[in-house]
Structures are given as C-alpha cells and as structure tokens.
Ligand binder design. Structure first.
Ligand code: NAG
Ligand code: NAG
Ligand code: NAG
Ligand code: NAG
Ligand code: NAG
Ligand code: NAG
Ligand code: NAG
Ligand code: NAG
Ligand code: NAG
Ligand code: NAG
Ligand code: NAG
Length: 474
C-alpha cells in the first residue's frame, strides 16, 4: 500500500525563475527547471527515537546515522532533529531519498576533533552525501561547524587557523573540515536552513546535477580565511535563490576541476565578504557556460563580481543584471582590491593554458567603490564581446588602505603597481559601453588618474555610447 502511494507522489517541477515581471528579465537566457523535493514526506524518523540526546556534549553520531540508515532505500524519508536540541556529531552520510529536517531551534553541531572525520581529507564534512539522488537539508534549523574553535590566534587582519596537516591527510595550511558536501548527487535541495561557522568551505556542490539552494542563510567569521559560502564545482543546473551570505572568504564560487560547469542561476541574494562576492575560478580547468546572476546586493566586500580564470577553461555566456555593489579595501592578504567588477584571465604559471572569456553582459549595475573596474585578458586568452549597459559607477575613497596596485593573483603577475582608473582594460576584442555613468565623489584628488585606461595595441573595438563622467556631490 505504502509502495503504491509512493508511486503516486508527483515530483513537482518548480518554474523557479519565472520572474514577477516578465519584461524586466526578457533579455536573460531561458530559465532552467529543477525538480523540488517531494511535497509529501510519508516517512519520518526522529533522531531522538534512535537515541540522540541533543545536549551538545555527547556525540549523537550513531543515533543520527542509524536514523538515516533505517530509511528505506527507494522512497522519500525525513530524518528530523527535534526543536531545542543541539546534536553534536562526527561526519554523517546521507543516502538517496533522505532529507535532514533540522527543526527551528535545533542545531546540528560539527565535532572539532580530527577523529570526528573520515581518513581521507576529501571527505571531511559534517554532513555529506555521495552518489545519492533526491537528498537535502531543510527544516528551519542550524548546521554549525564551530569554526571559531579552529582559530589558533585571532587577528583582525586575518585569523591564524589550525591545520590538520600533521597526519599527512593533506598538506599546507588549508586542512580543515568543510561543513556540508554533496558529491556526485542528483536532485539536491538545501533550503530553509542556516549554515554557520564552517571551519573551512561551507556548502560544497561537486559534480552534481539539478541542485536547488534557496532560503538559506550562511554565516562565517569575517576574519577567518577559507570559509567560502557556496562552492560549486563541475556541476550542471544549479539554482541559488534567496540566500544571504555574510562571511570572510568568497561567497559564491563556481569552479571547474574535472569537468565543465553549465547553467548556474543565482537570484535574489545578499552578500557581504572580505573577499569576492561572486567569483568564477580560480580553479578553471574546464569551461563555464550559461551563468546568470540577477537581483543581488553586495555590501562592504573586497571585490564584487569577479572572474579569476587561470587554468585554460573558457568562459562564455554570463549575465550579471540588477546588482548593487559596494566594495572597499581590506588588508591585501585577502584577494581583492575593492574592484566592483573584475574580469581576468591569465596563465596561473608560465606553463598553464590561457582560457578565453566571451559574451559577458553587465546590465543595470550600480556600484559605490574605492577602486575601478578591472578587465584584463592575456595574450592568448582574450576577453571578447563584453557589454556594459546601464551601469553607474561612483568612485570615492573612504578607508586608509593604500591604492595604486592592480591584482593579478593568484599566480600571473601578482600585485603590480599601477595608478587607479575608472576602467582599466587589457587584451580585449570588442567592448560596448552604453549608458555608463562614472561619478567622482572624492575629496582626495590625485587618487584617480584616468577614467579609461587602455592601449590600442591590446584593446580593439571599443564603443562608447552615452558614456558620462563627472563630479558627484552628495
Ligand atoms: C534594466 O532596468 C530597466 C529599468 O529599470 C528595465 O526596464 C530592464 O528590464 C532591466 N533589464 C534587465 C535585464 O533586468
Ligand atoms: C543548460 O540549459 C539549457 C537551456 O535551458 C539546456 O538546453 C541545456 O541542456 C542545459 N545544459 C545542461 C548541461 O544541462
Ligand atoms: C533535472 O531536472 C530536469 C528538469 O526537471 C529533468 O528533466 C532532468 O531529468 C533532471 N536530471 C536529473 C539527473 O535528475
Ligand atoms: C522554514 O521552516 C519553518 C519551520 O518548519 C517554517 O515555519 C517556515 O515557514 C519555513 N520557511 C520557509 C521560507 O520555507
Ligand atoms: C601545516 O599548517 C601550518 C599552518 O597552520 C603551516 O604553517 C605548515 O607549513 C603546514 N605544514 C605542512 C607540512 O603542510
Ligand atoms: C554537465 O554538462 C556537460 C555538458 O553536457 C557534461 O559534459 C558534463 O559531464 C555534465 N556534468 C555533470 C556532473 O553531469
Ligand atoms: C530581489 O531580491 C530581494 C531579496 O534579496 C527580494 O526581496 C526582492 O523581491 C527581489 N526583487 C525582485 C524584483 O525580484
Ligand atoms: C539597488 O538600489 C536601488 C536604488 O537604491 C534600488 O531601487 C534597488 O532595489 C536596489 N537593487 C538591489 C538588487 O539591491
Ligand atoms: C578553450 O578554447 C580553446 C580555443 O578554442 C581550446 O583550444 C581549448 O581546448 C578550450 N579549453 C577547454 C578546457 O576546453
Ligand atoms: C544611474 O543613475 C541615473 C541618474 O541618477 C539613474 O537615472 C539610473 O536609474 C541609474 N541606473 C542604475 C542602473 O542604477
Ligand atoms: C566590433 O564589436 C561589435 C560588437 O561589440 C561587432 O558587432 C563589430 O562587428 C565589431 N567590429 C569589428 C570591426 O570587429
């Protein structure tokens, strides 16, 4: 009987991106459709019934894992974490058709000991799913990675973090567990949950198909490095909407390591970060295609919209629309130089390949920033067919950090002395600037040297239509 009912459960498809006003987004690519989790969850397991105590002191790992493992293998199952509990855990693994339902005022708390995580550092997550279908996390509660417990020494510039590299599980100074990972999964739904204080990256989507992340709030310590918001790797058809991210490192970060990344749509988000709000790369071995970023507010960030292409992947067909940006300088140990828009491709090392970037549209963008726009291709990795339409750039200095450097990091030429300009351009073929208003609101004359900085030898075919530059009095 139950099996029969399950057959009847309809998988609803969300027309997630049907805009409230059709016309406003008429220039955007076709919307992608994603399946949503089952609207009915016939089976529910409470972790309490499996022995979880939820006191935040005793590990509930085996109770939680048993509740998951007791779910049937072919039908939807919800594993609930009752309100009021704090469920301390080592790594837990989701399986197909299981949704973690962390209720409001319930917290799933990640352990801080290396023995809480598997042997291979690639599987260091508090919650992970691998090769699973129809999996997710929801319920209104919290997943907390206790990131501050991984701080060795607090530093206002940048905290010094512990690195679990002694065991040889991984090298370098970035050996810490991520918070939530979906690896090679299909139909992932992360919604209505707070993801807090990751020790390293927060939400990691790897080689997945059809992922929906919505109504999620992500918080990481502003001074801690590597606590990225959402890292999307080698995945297709990903939707991110109504997400707020306030964290130290990159907020939304598509990357390609082993395959291309197609069809990522990000809408209705709010972001603050000490690094890049949106960053493509820097891992960029394969192509990025069909990405849309719409209706996003970026505040007090070190960089707004960034492309850091370094490894030979090609980028094409990216739209940024209806975005307000405020960028400022922070300590230069963090990548970023207060650029509202930063589009770069260059070979990471002398023997790296050079990817190209083409068909970018920036439309309806407002920026208040301490530095200008930086558009830099490279000799064999051109930027081509870029369009800036309806863009207001207001420039002013308000922090005391020194300017006058351009940032090619990682790799390439590193940090290079160069006077600030409204838009710096290098190695471009085809740039259309239409209805662009540059406003100078600076009480420190001399900070800026040029509205437009380019050489005809590397920049070809620029057109300016209704470009305006002038003083701006507030
Ligand atoms: C840009 O803004 C204008 C005016 O608000 C609006 O008519 C247009 O549809 C917007 N374009 C996009 C792509 O959102
Ligand atoms: C990306 O979206 C387009 C348009 O909706 C679709 O035709 C294409 O198949 C999608 N690509 C992948 C890899 O799913
Ligand atoms: C992804 O969603 C689309 C549209 O709902 C569907 O056609 C496709 O089969 C889904 N892909 C997977 C792997 O489930
Ligand atoms: C989030 O979950 C809570 C508790 O289940 C519920 O009351 C609320 O409506 C949900 N919010 C959204 C946006 O789904
Ligand atoms: C381990 O991490 C620390 C930083 O926490 C770093 O200084 C050290 O070089 C790393 N050691 C190895 C072997 O990677
Ligand atoms: C994404 O789509 C591309 C193009 O169709 C394909 O090569 C790649 O394998 C897909 N990735 C995944 C994880 O399905
Ligand atoms: C833009 O996103 C915000 C949430 O950040 C939302 O409240 C607002 O309705 C969205 N605007 C449009 C036009 O979709
Ligand atoms: C950007 O700012 C304008 C003017 O304050 C406001 O009307 C618009 O809603 C904002 N859009 C976003 C995405 O923050
Ligand atoms: C990028 O485009 C170039 C030129 O078409 C091509 O040679 C190269 O293989 C592409 N890179 C990838 C990762 O496909
Ligand atoms: C740019 O500023 C002008 C003049 O203040 C205003 O009319 C226009 O709506 C603004 N456009 C954007 C995209 O902010
Ligand atoms: C210049 O670029 C525009 C698009 O920005 C394109 O239509 C035109 O053909 C290009 N002209 C030349 C001479 O390449």
């Amino acid at each position: 009987m139950v099996g029969f009912l399950l057959q009847l459960i309809t998988i609803i498809t969300l027309q997630i991106l049907l805009p409230p006003t059709q016309s406003r987004r008429s220039t955007l690519p076709p919307t992608i459709q994603l399946p949503v989790s089952y609207y009915q969850q016939p089976l529910s397991h409470s972790v309490s019934d499996f022995g979880a105590v939820g006191d935040g002191v005793h590990y509930d790992t085996s109770a939680i894992q048993s509740a998951i493992d007791a779910c049937p293998s072919t039908s939807p199952c919800r594993v609930t974490f009752p309100s009021g509990g704090t469920y301390l855990t080592a790594t837990i693994r989701l399986k197909s058709h299981v949704t973690l339902h962390i209720e409001e005022k319930a917290t799933l708390l990640g352990g801080t000991r290396i023995e809480d995580y598997p042997k291979e550092s690639s599987k260091w997550y508090v919650v992970m799913a691998e090769n699973a279908n129809d999996v997710g996390i929801t319920g209104g509660g919290v997943v907390d990675g206790q990131g501050l417990e991984f701080v060795v020494r607090k530093n206002k510039k940048k905290n010094v973090m512990v690195s679990w590299n002694q065991t040889g599980a991984c090298l370098g100074d970035e050996c810490r567990p991520r918070l939530v990972g979906f690896l090679r999964c299909k139909n992932v739904d992360v919604s209505n949950v707070s993801l807090m204080e990751p020790a390293y990256w927060c939400l990691h989507i790897v080689q997945c198909q059809n992922t929906s992340i919505h109504d999620v709030s992500i918080y990481g310590d502003f001074n801690s490095p590597n606590n990225d918001g959402i890292d999307i790797e080698d995945s297709n058809n990903t939707l991110i909407t109504r997400v707020t991210i306030d964290t130290g490192d990159d907020a939304i970060c598509p990357k390609t390591y082993t395959g291309p990344l197609y069809n990522l749509t990000v809408t209705d988000c709010w972001i603050r970060t000490k690094s890049s709000a949106i960053k493509l790369g820097s891992a960029s071995w394969f192509d990025f295609k069909g990405l849309v970023f719409d209706n996003i507010t970026i505040v007090e960030s070190h960089r707004g919209l960034g492309l850091q292409i370094r490894d030979g992947g090609n980028v094409t067909g990216i739209t940024f629309s209806n975005i307000n940006i405020s960028t400022r300088y922070y300590d230069q140990s963090w990548w970023g130089r207060a650029e509202p828009i930063y589009v770069t491709t260059c070979p990471r090392h002398s023997n790296s390949k050079e990817g190209s970037i083409s068909n970018l549209l920036f439309i309806n963008i407002t920026a208040n920033s301490e530095n200008g726009v930086f558009l830099s291709g490279s000799k064999h990795g051109l930027l081509s067919n870029l369009r800036f339409i309806n863009v207001n750039l207001t420039y002013k200095r308000w922090t005391n950090y020194a300017g006058g450097r351009v940032d090619y990091r990682p790799g390439c030429q590193g940090l290079v002395n160069h006077n600030a300009a409204g838009i710096i351009m290098e190695h471009i073929e085809g740039l259309e600037v239409e209805n662009v208003n540059m406003r100078w609101s600076d009480d420190r004359p001399g900070s800026w040297n040029n509205p437009l900085d380019f050489r005809p030898s590397t920049v070809n075919n620029i057109s300016l239509l209704n470009f305006h530059s002038g003083w701006f009095k507030q």
